[in-house]
Design a protein around this ligand. Structure first.
Ligand code: COA
Length: 433
C-alpha cells in the first residue's frame, strides 16, 4: 500500500477501536491529538478501553468524569490534565524509572493500538516520531495496529525515531500546532540557585536538565561557560538557548561527541524549530539514553533536577504531594545515579527552601520544603542513598558520603532561616540526631 491508500479520517480510525483494547500514545507532544480529542465519541459502543499515556498535553474529553465507566487511563507521568482527572477513579499511575517504562510495561501488557504523531513523510518513505522516542518505537513494534497522525508542523528530527510507511497501518492527516510548555519567568531565587550550581559546572562538562521551573532557570546561569555538552532525557528550551548562543557545542563529550543526545524534546515553539532537521540533535530510545550505565559513560556528567519535598536525611519526594500523585519519577533517578557513575560526575537537586500552600482553612501559608519527615504517603522518588548535592537559594549541601547528623546539619543550613530552629528541635524529637 502506498501513502494515499493508508490515509483515513479520524472517524474511520476510531471505528478500529474495540472493547477491551489497550491503546498507547506518544509522550508529551508525541500524543495523537486529533484521535484522542474524538475518542469519547465512541463511548456508547465500547467498554474497558485502556489508554496509556505519559505527560499528556491536552485535557482530552475521554478523560472526563462522564466517560469513566468506558475508559481506563494509565499514566507514566501525570500532567495537569491527569491530576485533574485522577479523582474520577478510572485513572491510575504506573510507577517507573523512565528508562524502563516501556520495557516493563510490555512485560505486563501488549498494546493493540499505537497512536501518535509524526513529521511529514520523506522521499524515502520514512516519517520521524519528531519530538521523542522514549518508548514509542518499542510500542509501535509491539502493537497490532499502528496509526500515526502525519503533521507537517511536527519537526523532522534525527536519531533512532524513524518509522517506514510499511510499518504504519493507517495515517491521519493532521495540522495542529505542536503543543508547547509555557516558560516560567525567572525570579531572584532562581538566579541565586543558578549561580550556586554554575560555580560547580566547568567548561566542557556534559549536562542534563530535568523538568520543572528551576532546571530551566539554571540554564541562564551557564551563559558564560564554554564547550558544554548535552546528554539528557528531556531537551528543554533552556538547553536550546545555550546551544544557539554557542555555549553548548558538544566538542568535549566522551560519548556521541558533537551531538545533543536526548530521548524527547518539550518546550517552546523556538525549541521545535531548533530541532527540525538539525543533525546536532540526536533523539534516541529512552531505554538507552536514560540507562544510568550509559549516562555514566559521559565524563563530567552533571544532572540538575528538582523536588517537591526533601527530608533531613536526604530522601526526595519529587512526584507526589503526600499520597496524591503530582507528576512521576520520570528520569530523576536514572539521571542522578547515572551522573554519579560518571568520571567527575555530579548530581544536583535544586529547590526553593519554601513553598506557598493552602492550609486546612484555605489560607495560603509558607511551609519549609526541607522537613524532618516527608508528608504521610509521600513517594520517595530519589533515595537518600542516591542524593548528592542539594541546592536552595540559601546555599549548597554536599551530602555524598555524609552521615545522618551531617546531613541534618547541612540541610538545615540551606533551609529558610525562619524554619531552622524548629527543624533542629524536630530532628531531635523524632530521634534522627
Ligand atoms: N508541599 C506541598 N505543595 C508543594 C510543595 C510541598 N513541599 N512543594 C511544591 N508544592 C506545590 C507548589 O506550591 C505548586 O503548587 P501550584 O501548582 O498550586 O502553584 C506545585 O506543588 C508545583 O511546584 P513547582 O515547584 O512549581 O513544580 P515544578 O513545575 O517546578 O515541578 C517537580 C517540580 C518536582 C514536580 C518536577 O520537577 C517533577 O515532576 N520532577 C520529577 C521528575 C524528574 O525530575 N525528572 C527528571 C528528568 S526530566
Amino acid at each position: 500500500m502506498n501513502y494515499s491508500d493508508k490515509v483515513i479520517s479520524v472517524e474511520k480510525a476510531l471505528e478500529l477501536v474495540k472493547s477491551e483494547d489497550v491503546i498507547v500514545t506518544g509522550l508529551g507532544a508525541g500524543e495523537a491529538h486529533d484521535f484522542l480529542m474524538q475518542l469519547h465519541t465512541i463511548a456508547d459502543r465500547i467498554n474497558d478501553v485502556t489508554v496509556t499515556n505519559c505527560l499528556p498535553m491536552s485535557d482530552f474529553p475521554f478523560m472526563k468524569e462522564e466517560y469513566k465507566d468506558r475508559f481506563f487511563v494509565d499514566g507514566w507521568f501525570y500532567s495537569p490534565a491527569l491530576r485533574k482527572a485522577h479523582k474520577n477513579g478510572n485513572i491510575s499511575f504506573i510507577p517507573n524509572h523512565l528508562h524502563l517504562a516501556g520495557v516493563k510495561r510490555l512485560d505486563f501488557v501488549k498494546p493493540n493500538i499505537y497512536v501518535g504523531s509524526c513529521s511529514a513523510v520523506d522521499k524515502h518513505g520514512f516519517v520521524s516520531l519528531s519530538t521523542g522516542n522514549t518508548y514509542e518505537k518499542r510500542m509501535i513494534e509491539a502493537a497490532d495496529l499502528v496509526i500515526l497522525e502525519v503533521n507537517p508542523n511536527m519537526p523532522k528530527t534525527y536519531g533512532d525515531l524513524e518509522v517506514h510507511l510499511n510499518d504504519i497501518n493507517y495515517i491521519i492527516e493532521s495540522d495542529y500546532p505542536v503543543p508547547v510548555l509555557p516558560e516560567t519567568p525567572i525570579n531572584e531565587k532562581d538566579l541565586k540557585i543558578g549561580q550556586y550550581i554554575a560555580d560547580f559546572v566547568n567548561d566542557g562538562d556534559c549536562i542534563q536538565f530535568g523538568i520543572g521551573g528551576i532546571p530551566n532557570a539554571v540554564a541562564n546561569a551557564l551563559v558564560d561557560k564554554k564547550d558544554l555538552g548535552v546528554h539528557t532525557e528531556m531537551l528543554t528550551t533552556g538547553l536550546m538557548k545555550l546551544a544557539k548562543s554557542g555555549v553548548i557545542n558538544g566538542s568535549k563529550k566522551t560519548l556521541h561527541r558533537g551531538k545533543m543526545v536526548c530521548t524527547f524534546a518539550l518546550g517552546s515553539a523556538e525549541l521545535y524549530d531548533f530541532i527540525d532537521q538539525n543533525p546536532s540533535v540526536m533523539i534516541l530510545d529512552g531505554n538507552y539514553v536514560n540507562d544510568p550505565h550509559i549516562i555514566g559513560l559521559n565524563d563530567n556528567q552533571i544532572s540538575i533536577n528538582t523536588t517537591l519535598e526533601i527530608d533531613l536525611t536526604g530522601q526526595c519526594c519529587s512526584e507526589s504531594i503526600g499520597s496524591v500523585q503530582f507528576s512521576g519519577s520520570g528520569g530523576q533517578v536514572d539521571t542522578a545515579v547515572g551522573a554519579q557513575k560518571a568520571k567527575n560526575g555530579k548530581s544536583f537537586i535544586a529547590l526553593y527552601s519554601t513553598a506557598m500552600v493552602k492550609d486546612a482553612s484555605g489560607e495560603r501559608v509558607e511551609i519549609s520544603k526541607i522537613v524532618p519527615q516527608l508528608k504521610l504517603g509521600a513517594v520517595v522518588t530519589l533515595s537518600r542513598n542516591d542524593v548528592d548535592f542539594v541546592v536552595t537559594e540559601y546555599g549548597v549541601a554536599a551530602l555524598r558520603g555524609t552521615n545522618i547528623r551531617q546531613r541534618v546539619q547541612r540541610l538545615i543550613e540551606i533551609a529558610h532561616p525562619k524554619f531552622r530552629d524548629e527543624l533542629y528541635a524536630q530532628a531531635k524529637e523524632i530521634g534522627i540526631i
